[in-house]
Design a protein around this ligand. Structure first.
Ligand code: RIB
Ligand code: CA
Length: 315
């Protein structure tokens, strides 16, 4: 059984990851112990509301601890043009009934790492600020985490810049602290997430069920597909965060290489770039994480659609 703590900036693709994980929990594949939020796609106040709201839609009472408002050193570069002003495709849902818990994100991370020492899996689908804050307070955290799966970075590409991915670019200093922590890590970056996307034709199973739940999912998926079309020319919903969630459960969805990875902090053109040393020798440092390079996209897309359909059909 996987004991999971999520760190999210909910966000459309974060929300889809929550739907996927909720279904996995129903199947007994994992237990979601808590969720922490951070500023990223939108401000942290909104990512917290969105996380609470998605758990409410799923009828789950998973605690939500609010975290960092801004990155360690630079201002937050949010992306409402990708995720909507409300972070959920301008669906402007009614506010959630529950409140965040009276514990900070870093406190929740540290507490659960003690309660589940050696057995806690962390999944981050957001800037790494909260994890870095927790590590700055207690570097031994790294030894108590079974595994950290990170949606972030890339070997060969970028999205917010030519070479940097949004979650890492939003807080490169935090990413460096996490990457150098000694934690067991898997990096699920754009090299694989860009292979896993839905286009309009893939949405047919949702379109065929005409109810409020399918309408909500189609609205958020189509919103981000439209944003992606204006940015890249391809009308697609890229499944970044859901794939990282999938890798927590089924590591064989991706093929990885263990490599030394660090983050560029200063480059005029390259700040936030993940530098992955793929040479046969590692003068930069010891291999510190598994880096995903290939993915079974069809297998994962089916899994994700199936988990959404379970929720939609119950509605
Ligand atoms: O680059 C993709 C990532 O940035 C995803 O986690 C998305 O939600 C945004 O946070
Ligand atoms: Ca995210």
């Amino acid at each position: 059984m996987i004991n999971l703590l999520l760190d999210v900036d909910t966000g459309i693709d974060d929300a889809l990851a929550l739907f996927y994980l909720a279904d996995a929990q129903k199947q007994g594949l994992l237990k979601i112990l808590g969720s922490t939020t951070v500023g990223g796609n939108v401000e942290v106040a909104q990512t917290t509301l969105n996380t609470l709201k998605v758990w409410e839609m799923l009828e789950l009472e998973i605690p939500v601890a609010s975290g960092a408002e801004s990155p360690l050193q630079a201002p937050l570069n949010a992306a409402p043009f990708v995720h909507g002003d409300d972070g959920l495709g301008n669906t402007f849902l009614t506010p959630p009934k529950r409140l965040p818990v009276d514990e900070s994100a870093a406190d929740m991370i540290l507490r659960l790492s003690h309660e589940y020492s050696g057995e806690l899996t962390l999944l981050t689908t957001a800037p790494l600020t909260n994890i870095a804050v927790a590590l700055l307070r207690d570097p031994d955290l790294a030894d108590r985490i079974r595994k950290l799966v990170i949606m972030g970075g890339a070997v060969f590409t970028g999205n917010v810049t030519a070479v940097a991915e949004a979650n890492i670019a939003n807080d490169p200093e935090a990413a460096r602290i996490v990457f150098r922590s000694g934690m067991e890590m898997t990096l699920v970056g754009l090299d694989v997430t860009h292979e896993v996307y839905w286009e309009e034709a893939d949405l047919e199973p949702l379109i065929n069920i005409n109810n409020e739940r399918s309408a909500f999912l189609l609205q958020i998926i189509r919103f981000i597909s439209g944003a992606y079309e204006s940015l890249s020319g391809w009308r697609r919903c890229v499944l970044h965060d859901p794939l990282a969630a999938g890798v927590c459960l089924f590591p064989d969805l991706v093929k990885t290489e263990k490599r030394y990875v660090d983050v560029e902090l200063n480059g005029e053109l390259t700040r936030g770039m993940t530098v992955v040393d793929r040479r046969g020798r590692t003068p930069l440092g010891e291999d510190n994480m598994q880096v995903a390079l290939e993915v079974d996209a069809e297998r994962f897309k089916k899994q994700l659609m199936q988990s959404l359909l379970v929720w939609v059909q119950e509605g």
